[in-house]
Design a protein around this ligand. Structure first.
Ligand SMILES: [Zn+2]
Length: 388
């Protein structure tokens, strides 16, 4: 017997796809945690549902993805001594997180056998335990001098799929980093790099030349984390890179807008993805992805339905994940939200484009309702309800 979820009375269906950000339909059906079909309720077979959600006219979007987090273990971060930061972020509509390295682990091993062991363990402990249901893709080794091709093969064979930010370990030169990124890529491990000035004592500057020479799959925090590169270097990266251009909450907002405007001029908005870079020195940002969407939409003059794609569909495509898009057989991971109470704007989209956050009313992961009214966003005008 398959588990059937029916979500009806959807007011606005956002797809996560920049090429068609709004889908027609007021109803979506998921079977066994995967999207089965969507459209007009009268055309769909809604019978035999195990769970029925009445969206009550609110907006449904694919769950948001944070492309840049630094988790350590469970729902605890030693960086700010904070518990339940992942649960809090779920209340901000984020259903998937991607580690850019578990660098805040106290006593993090820097010898090769130790860093490999920790990466494999981190991959396992988040695979085996999802805080509040959130999908945390972790186990992202920070590369150190002395690693050889066999190390990347070992990591990949053991299930590691990500590399931590290049530059946070001892490898600070483009030639060595490029070699390791190539080895990682050969075995299916995706890579990212720390772009910009040092984040905290102990990290260093990574300039555009090093980013280009290293050739990672993601230009990590192109707007700095915290300190951004000079404008000409950011423009150069936008022009030269086919990699994802990742904008983070924990970076420079002016540089974020420069990236956005340059990417738009170059016809490269599909390369824009979003992260928070939390937990970090500036704390955790439970609403970070929604805040980036509202900031880029309002100050960058991007339609809200397109800005939302930076936070779900674009990231899913770049990261090769089966989430973040309304697509048959993709995971039924959603955020349901509405215009915030007393926020200006005629619609939720206009309200976001005026710089306001939407109110989250529900999150769903793998077809299961995980949270109802968000404790963190401003209250939504209308709330979805589980009616059966
Ligand atoms: Zn960084």
């Amino acid at each position: 017997m398959s588990q059937k979820l029916v979500i009806k009375n959807i007011g606005l269906l956002l797809s996560g796809k920049m090429e068609e950000p709004i889908f027609d339909g007021d109803c979506l059906i998921a079977l066994d945690g995967k999207i089965a079909e969507w459209g007009s309720e009268k055309d769909l077979d809604t019978s035999g549902a195990d769970t029925i959600v009445d969206a009550n006219g609110v907006t449904l979007a694919p769950g948001l993805i944070d492309s840049h987090v630094h988790p350590v273990v469970g729902d605890y971060t030693p960086r700010q001594q904070q518990l339940h930061w992942i649960d809090s972020t779920l209340h901000g509509g984020v259903t998937t997180m991607i580690s850019a390295g578990e660098v805040h682990m106290p006593g993090r091993p820097k010898d090769i056998v130790g860093l490999k062991a920790m990466s494999i363990a981190a991959q396992r402990w988040y695979e085996n335990f999802r805080p509040s249901g959130v999908k945390v893709h972790a186990g992202a080794p920070v590369i150190e001098h002395g690693m050889v091709e066999e190390d990347f093969k070992d990591l990949a064979d053991a299930g590691v799929k990500l590399m931590g930010e290049v530059g946070l370990g001892s490898v600070k030169d483009g030639k060595t980093a490029h070699q390791m990124v190539e080895w990682a890529r050969k075995y299916g491990i995706q890579s990212t790099i720390h772009t910009g000035g040092p984040s905290i004592p102990g990290s260093g500057l990574i300039d555009a030349d090093m980013v280009l020479e290293t050739g990672t799959d993601v230009v990590g925090h192109i707007n700095g984390g915290h300190s951004a590169l000079p404008d000409d270097q950011i423009v150069c990266l936008c022009e030269s890179c086919r990699a994802a251009l990742e904008i983070v909450h924990n970076g420079n907002e002016r540089a974020a807008l420069l990236t956005l405007n340059t990417a738009r001029e170059l016809g490269k908005l599909d390369q824009i993805i979003l992260g928070t870079d939390g937990p970090a020195g500036s704390g955790v940002q439970p609403l970070g992805i929604l805040r980036m969407v509202a900031m880029l939409s309002s100050l960058g003059d991007v339609p809200a339905e397109i800005a939302m794609c930076f936070g779900n569909g674009n990231t899913a495509r770049r990261r090769k994940l089966d989430v973040g898009l309304i697509e048959k057989d993709y995971c039924a991971d959603f955020v349901l939200m509405d215009q915030a109470q007393h926020a200006p704007g005629k619609t939720i989209l206009e309200s976001i484009q005026l710089g306001n956050l939407p109110g989250v009313g529900m999150t769903i992961i793998d077809g299961v309702v995980r949270t109802q009214r968000s404790r963190n966003t401003p209250p939504a005008r209308r709330l979805p309800e589980v009616v059966a």
